[in-house]
Design a protein. Structure first.
Length: 277
């Protein structure tokens, strides 16, 4: 499998990996500078030359995966009979440098409601390396209305038309951050109720005023949710100090708050990640 296809496969399967590249070769080596391979916890795709060189690279890559490394690392390796080895002698006579680039599982975000704010928010978040689920119960809104906006998006986009949008909550990946901002308060309430019953989701944000939240809070308590469980929902969602009712302003506020949450989650997941050189 070509390394580009391997990266796409890992990303689609939400599996982390490491891209290994021979950045320089001095003297004789099994492969030329620029050779690449992709390493996951259980598989290897491509080759940088086999033998001790490749085995050492795979071991380093898997150590990075175990550490949850987020930054690139480098390694220099001599290929001669005097060099220390762990996986068999390789006496090509050259010396190589390798670059190890982590391919982490990106955060997943689901926006429910592709009205004015939802569209603006999708445009902002599509510029981030995310898995982005865009959901609306109305067929005309569950498609990109300005497709060119998303053409060079680094995000992976999934558009969902679902007359019962709560069903999508069961389809998104574990840890997905949910943002509820539909055109219908009843739909918002149903989504909040269902999201609270899901144990696989990340944060839950609800657009609206404090008055709206008081009504929702009362209704959700009546539906059997505990006061503690309601703390999973943030409403109003966004950065409190950024005021303004324009859709683009609200979208900036929500996006900024979400990216803070995503960054904090990543830091908490790997607090002891080590850097090797």
């Amino acid at each position: 499998m070509h390394w580009i296809d391997a990266i796409a496969r890992l990303r689609a399967g939400r599996e982390p990996g490491v891209l290994v590249t021979l950045t320089s070769v001095r003297g004789h080596a099994p492969r030329e500078a620029g050779a690449k391979m992709v390493v996951s916890a259980a598989e290897e795709f491509g080759t940088i030359g086999g033998g001790n060189l490749e085995a050492t690279a795979v071991a380093r890559a898997r150590a990075m995966l175990a550490d949850g490394a987020r930054s690139p690392q480098s390694l220099e390796l001599a290929l001669n009979e005097r060099a220390p080895v762990q996986h068999g002698t390789q006496c090509c006579g050259g010396e190589v440098q390798m670059l190890f680039e982590p391919l982490p599982v990106v955060a997943s975000v689901a926006i429910f409601g592709m009205g004015h704010v939802g569209v603006e928010l999708s445009r902002i978040l599509s510029r981030q390396d995310l898995e982005l689920h865009l959901v609306d119960s109305r067929a005309a809104y569950a498609v990109p209305r300005l497709p060119a906006v998303y053409d060079d998006s680094p995000a992976t986009l999934h558009w969902h038309h679902s007359p019962v949008p709560e069903l999508v909550l069961g389809q998104v990946p574990a840890g997905t951050h949910v943002l509820v901002m539909t055109h219908d308060h009843a739909e918002d309430a149903a989504l909040c109720d269902t999201a609270l019953r899901c144990t696989h989701l990340g944060s839950i944000g609800l657009i609206g005023s404090s008055a709206k939240w008081r009504r929702f809070e009362k209704r959700l308590l009546e539906e059997g949710h505990s006061p503690e469980s309601l703390t999973r929902i943030t409403c109003p969602v966004g950065i409190p100090d950024l005021v303004g009712k324009e859709p683009a302003t609200i979208a900036v506020s929500v996006a900024a708050a979400l990216l803070q949450t995503v960054a904090a989650e990543a830091a908490a997941a790997h607090p002891t990640s080590r850097t090797r050189t």
